[in-house]
Design a protein around this ligand. Structure first.
Ligand code: SAM
Length: 392
């Protein structure tokens, strides 16, 4: 906690200095820790006391912490030529490309067993059509790679910005970027992406991933952010889903009243709430730590935003779901995984099994009723397009 910017600016390096600052400034230690750990700018009385104790202005505190509001930005803009002369140009943004050796290759893909930051530096800029990223959630999980999954919030956000900016450079004009994370982290991801890309959707994937928490709403969705480079996507293949019906009796869940015969025979347009993404609990490829995403999630994202032979990059391999689905759907793919890659390689030995699985998923979309749904509804006497006089 003492390596965070807030305590550094306050000159706090240990518990004794924290207690001393708190005593002199008359701000409780608990509040100082909160500002430090949550990367939150103090407001009101706390702010007044802190800047008085430091003997600096609010503007200087903002500049030191990098938490800049619009009035500060306005001041910076007004003085931009003097400020730019004072500051050295940022060399980091022009990263030189590097060479890396692949660890595994297939017909369509290349996997690197390396840190994604290095892999990003090995891929030419503006050469990728779609990026899907499912980073570690910083929940103190044990990964096979033994990576640190318990960074301070400040360090996690700094790292997130680093790989995200790298990914943005790799995208072609019109390319798409998807980020899967907890809603909490994706509020920060969106803040970074909004500066460079066009927001398309915050997709809520309904998954109950934890028990209810006291004094909070029941967290029941993962966030999937969807952005494009430039004002419109190069590829957007509309997806449609079958009508939602009762699993047991086959009956309608919603009342379509007089609109039944107006429903599109190709199904209902996919919305930004996805209810059919179930966590993978049993799979022979599931390693304890890989947080394997379901194949139907990747099938949807990839079909929606790419065409055959496009290039897909996923910086966080895990068990390789993105790579398997890309291969099966004849997309080129590039991957990186910092930890062991055996479970990814093992999945490719069974590529035909995965192709079959994906074919089954595809047979259940872009249609109003699947064959199973039709026979259940017929048996139970519910309407079907042909009973309304529509051609099947
Ligand atoms: C949440 S899992 C991804 C799971 C994957 N989407 C799947 O369906 O199997 C995150 C993965 O990223 C890897 N990882 C973490 N930091 C990395 C880095 N800097 N570079 C490359 N891989 C990294 C972890 O080892 C872990 O396997």
């Amino acid at each position: 906690m003492f390596e965070n910017k807030f305590f550094k600016v306050l000159g706090i390096r240990n518990k004794e200095e924290l207690s001393e600052f708190s005593r002199v400034a008359k701000v409780p230690q608990k509040k100082l820790k909160y500002y430090n750990e949550e990367v939150i700018f103090p407001i009101g009385e706390d702010l007044r006391k802190i800047i008085e104790c430091l003997d600096i202005s609010e503007l200087e505190l903002r500049l030191k912490l990098g938490i800049i509001d619009n009035s500060t930005l306005h001041l910076i803009e007004q003085n931009s030529s003097q400020i730019s002369k004072l500051l050295k140009p940022n060399q980091d943004s022009v990263q030189t490309k590097i060479n890396l050796e692949p660890a595994f290759k297939t017909d369509k893909g290349t996997l690197y067993q390396a840190d994604c930051i290095d892999v990003i530096r090995a891929i030419p800029n503006e050469s990728v059509d779609m990026i899907f990223a499912d980073p570690p959630f910083n929940l103190d999980k044990v990964y096979e790679s033994e990576m640190n999954d318990n960074l301070t919030k400040e360090a996690y956000l700094k790292w997130t910005e680093e790989w995200l900016l790298g990914c943005i450079n790799l995208l072609k004009e019109g390319g798409s970027l998807f980020i899967w994370n907890l809603p909490y982290w994706n509020t920060y991801t969106a803040e970074i992406l909004n500066k460079y890309l066009t927001f398309r959707h915050w997709i809520a994937a309904e998954v109950k991933y934890r028990l209810p928490i006291k004094n909070k709403l029941y967290p029941a969705h993962y966030s999937l952010l969807y952005y494009t480079k430039g004002d419109k996507p190069a590829t957007f293949n509309q997806e449609r889903l079958p009508l939602e019906i009762c699993r047991h009796c086959g009956g309608d869940i919603k009342d379509y009243g007089g609109y039944k015969d107006k429903l599109n025979l190709e199904g209902i347009t996919l919305s930004d709430v996805w209810k059919d993404i179930s966590p993978v609990r049993h799979s022979k490829y599931k390693t304890r730590d890989s947080n394997q995403l379901p194949v139907n999630l990747l099938e949807r994202v990839i079909s929606l935003s790419t065409n055959e032979d496009d290039v897909i990059f996923d910086p966080f391999g895990g068990s390789g779901t993105t790579y398997i689905v890309s291969e099966a759907l004849r997309r080129n793919w590039i991957g990186s995984e910092i930890g062991p890659i055996d479970s990814i390689v093992a999945r490719f030995k069974d590529i035909d099994f995965h192709k079959d699985q994906i074919k089954k998923i595809q047979n259940k979309k872009n249609i109003l009723f699947t064959e199973e749904m039709r026979s259940l509804r017929r048996k139970k006497g519910h309407w079907l397009p042909e009973t309304l006089g529509k051609k099947h």
